[in-house]
Design a binder for this molecule. Structure first.
Ligand code: XIL
Length: 367
């Protein structure tokens, strides 16, 4: 009798989170918001299987591409809002907090932003005017609908120097301050974020801490820092990653993990960070698991997920959101970046939309 009770209770406890249909947001949501980046294939075209996963696991959403400058405004004064509007409707329908990504970024910027029709570079005053106009247009249209905005994305190099982007080259370092001030006025109710990759690097960490202090000193609001977290199997260094969380929190802002995924494939030696302009030629040796992940590697990947979520658990009081950069492995940008045409396994749902077993371990960790 005793033995059968024991067996029953073992069987019951192994019926962990999945059988009870518990979602990530139900448990992790007690500590921070749990988000996902979605493509227009899901938000505009419709995908019932994806919707079911979103409904169960997430309470925040960000558009993977369609809020970006090059997508919304192909020519000066011309805005195409269809796709972005669909994301807003999707967020409302599925009761998701909506994040706006992103307003000021050198990549995927509006094509016309930095030059006149004749190809000459715009003046400092003109670029400030265009940047402000873009911020006001986006934030004005979605006022009260977007919870928080990545105001500036990727303004620093890993060593902490300013990135020599057109915004920096033409306006100077003040472009960041001007962008935040404009955003704060455009929608005083929205949270404002600085977002970047390789935020565990000490040089970048220091530069971002300095930026936060400077903005605050000027009376400009910044609510959180986004650590993108396009992570790998051997980067970032976990101690550095934790040190960055502590350092940002010590400046009086929350920390968000805004673009979490794990690149499980081997990388060329020169590869680092997450600059989308960084690409390499396809070679078979960089695509070793096209037929599936060997169990041993899957275990290492699971351990890596747990290492990150253990950090998020420990630092939960400093964190306001963790967003995964995509739903399933099939849609992940990691299949095509930094090398096109690979089979990657960087997210928590597999190519068939099945939750990976590690999800239950993550849920148990926060239970
Ligand atoms: C990526 C998208 O996932 C891709 O679909 C697109 O082709 C390029 O951009 N940092 C960011 C994100 O801030 O906007 C990028 O998203 C990934 C790196």
């Amino acid at each position: 009798m005793k033995k059968s009770i024991l067996m029953l209770s073992v069987a019951w406890s192994s019926l962990t989170a999945s059988a009870q249909q518990v979602g990530l947001k139900d448990v992790l949501g007690k500590y921070f918001t749990v988000g996902v980046a979605l493509s227009t294939r899901v938000t505009s075209d419709g995908d019932a299987a994806a919707d079911a996963l979103v409904d169960r696991h997430f309470n925040s959403v960000v558009a993977e591409n369609c809020f970006k400058g090059e997508e919304v405004t192909p020519q000066e004064g011309v805005y195409r809002f269809n796709a972005a509007d669909s994301v807003v409707a999707y967020a409302q329908k599925h009761h998701l907090q909506l994040i706006g990504h992103c307003l000021v970024w050198h990549s995927q910027a509006p094509k016309w932003m930095f030059t006149h029709a004749d190809g000459t570079t715009v003046s400092r005053d003109e670029l400030i005017r265009r940047m402000q106009s873009h911020i006001r247009t986006m934030m004005g249209r979605y006022k009260g609908k977007v919870f928080g905005w990545d105001v500036v994305n990727e303004a620093f190099e890993d060593n902490g120097e300013y990135r020599r982007s057109p915004y920096y080259n033409i306006i100077g370092p003040e472009f960041i301050e001007i962008a935040f001030r404009t955003a704060q006025e455009a929608d005083p109710g929205a949270e404002l974020y600085y977002n970047d990759y390789s935020m565990s690097k000490p040089g970048k960490r220091e530069a971002v801490c300095k930026l936060i202090r400077q903005l605050k000193k000027e009376g400009i609001r910044i609510d959180a820092v986004g650590m993108q977290s396009h992570n790998g199997m051997d980067f970032p260094n976990l101690a550095d990653y934790e040190a960055s969380i502590d350092s940002f929190a010590a400046q009086g802002v929350k920390v968000c993990f805004t673009e979490l995924d794990i690149n499980v494939l081997p990388s060329p030696q020169q590869f680092s960070g997450a600059g989308i302009e960084q690409t390499f030629e396809f070679q078979q040796k960089y695509n070793p698991y096209s037929k599936g992940l060997p169990a041993k590697v899957q275990q290492q990947v699971d351990d890596r997920w747990m290492a990150f979520f253990e950090i998020y658990r420990r630092h939960a009081s400093q964190i306001s959101r963790v967003t995964l950069w995509g739903l399933t492995d099939k849609d992940s940008w990691l299949n095509d970046w930094p090398i096109k045409g690979r089979t990657n396994y960087g997210l928590l749902f597999d190519r068939n939309g099945q939750a990976k077993p590690v999800i239950n371990k993550i849920i148990d960790l926060f239970n």
